[in-house]
Design a protein around this ligand. Structure first.
Ligand code: GAP
Length: 439
């Protein structure tokens, strides 16, 4: 099927900017690339850290009812029997006998290959978990899996967290980290990767209060994307039909973003009921009930799970930030990131690099700022070009040191979005930026 031109153009522009400016590179590129795996370059690594930081901050710090966790990727294989991933985490696939391409059965109609019209094989099941072996002998006994979701590390630590933190319900556990899936369809840049990061919360509640909490979390998570800069018209909620629900879910709502390739899932908020804790309790033989001291009541909690993808959020933040404008007859590309996500917070630019006093003052300002925020000194081009470079990577402020700065002890601060310039005291730069970064 042909992709519409606009979609191809927008995708091409972003992929090219990401490579050119050090946001995202193809993994193992010099060997021809490894499909559906991506490396974050210097600016991408900063962007990713910032996305993770604002997620952690808004959930673990700003709320009183969430604890953080950082569990291992490798877990006992029983975990995946109990969770149902060994028996249920599958795609149904068909192969083309002529061109050998592989498709999800749900993506083809009829018996013919959508690419070459060749004959397709019968559908068969394919488990998405990546396998590995622990220890020196590669046999069935050493087999384990790279986790396909971070959630199970939370379920296995539910009792540890309740006991160590003396937590009462309702409360949640938040975790971010790598997950792995042997995905079959891997188009659309980083959207569907084989190695990716998730940001997940398992929120434990008393059965009967689960529906109320489910709706609260759908609204909370929807608001989060808008709070960090996604335009509301590019976000929507989509309630799952009963036949789409994962094996563990009673209800699920996706938060979708209007990507150039169509509305697609950023995050799912699911009502996982007591499925996982019950299953782990059954298989491990450990009591995972919660004792409600106030009501002298004992039960397995229900779980509401807001589960988002860090890489997918980054992709949405990148698409949403990208804009082209015309300024004085010239095109400028601006990544209008929310300030909290911008990889560099400010650039310090000396107007004349052959005037040692100007360079010295610019370095002094850089050294002073870099203790608090990520900044960059740059004197490698004319000021107009330096501004454009910073616009293209979304740096909110450019601080220019000029000849007058040496006598009036002032610098010019230029705003990325309005391009307005303020002349402020050198001694006040830190405070000026601080005020603008505080939310
Ligand atoms: N614990 C529930 C769970 O893992 P999911 O809908 O399979 O649910 C949750 O995944 C989120 O993880 C998705 O909304 C998406 O943002 C992200 N995600 C899942 N598979 C991904 C992939 N192959 N590449 C990038 N992100 C992925």
């Amino acid at each position: 099927m042909q992709q519409p031109q606009q979609e191809v153009d927008m995708m091409g522009k972003l992929v090219s900017l990401c490579k050119r400016r050090g946001f995202i590179f193809q993994s193992s590129e010099i060997y021809g690339g490894l499909a559906a795996t991506w490396d974050y370059g210097p600016l991408g690594a900063e962007l990713k850290r910032n996305v993770k930081e604002v997620w952690w901050r808004s959930n673990v710090y700003e709320r009183d009812d969430i604890e953080g966790l950082d569990a291992a990727i490798l877990m006992r294989p029983e975990t995946w029997m109990a969770s149902g991933h060994i028996s249920n985490f599958e795609d149904t696939l068909v192969d083309c006998k002529s061109c050998k391409k592989r498709f999800k059965a749900e993506h083809v109609t009829g018996k013919q290959c959508p690419e070459c019209n060749g004959e397709l094989t019968e559908a068969r099941q394919f488990n998405l978990m990546l396998k590995t072996h622990l220890g020196p002998i590669e046999d069935e006994g050493s087999l384990t899996y790279l986790r396909p979701e971070t959630a199970q590390g939370i379920f296995l630590n539910f009792k540890n967290v309740v006991d160590s933190m003396r937590r009462k319900l309702p409360f949640g556990i938040a975790q971010m980290g790598k997950s792995f899936r042997n995905e079959v369809t891997t188009k659309s840049f980083t959207f569907r990767s084989r190695e990716f990061e998730q940001m997940e919360i398992e929120f434990f509640v008393k059965p009967g209060t689960d529906e109320e909490w489910y709706h609260k979390w759908v609204d909370e998570r929807f608001g989060w994307y808008a709070r960090f800069g996604i335009r509301p018209e590019n976000l929507r909620k989509r309630v799952h039909e009963a036949n789409e629900l994962a094996h563990y879910a009673k209800a699920c709502t996706d938060i979708e973003y209007n990507f150039p390739f169509g509305w697609s899932e950023l995050e799912g908020i699911a009502n996982r009921t007591d499925f996982d804790l019950k299953q782990h309790s059954r298989l491990s033989g450990k009591d995972l009930e919660y004792f409600d001291d106030d009501n002298k009541d004992r039960y397995i909690p229900y779980v509401i799970e807001p589960s988002g993808g860090i890489d997918r959020s980054i992709l949405a933040f990148l698409f949403d930030a990208y804009r082209e404008e015309e300024v004085k007859g010239e095109k400028r590309v601006v990544m209008g990131f929310d300030k909290s996500l911008a990889p560099l917070k400010a650039a310090i630019l000396p107007l004349l690099r052959n005037r040692p006093e100007i360079v010295e003052l610019a370095h002094k300002i850089t050294d002073d700022l870099k203790k608090d925020i990520k900044v960059r000194y740059d004197d490698t081009a004319s000021i107009g070009r330096l501004y454009r470079r910073q616009d293209e990577i979304g740096t909110p402020y450019c601080i220019t040191v000029d000849v007058d700065s040496l006598t009036d002890k002032k610098v010019t601060v230029r705003d990325r979005d309005t391009m307005k310039q303020d002349r402020i005291d050198v001694s006040g730069v830190k405070e000026y930026l601080r005020e603008r970064f505080v939310r």
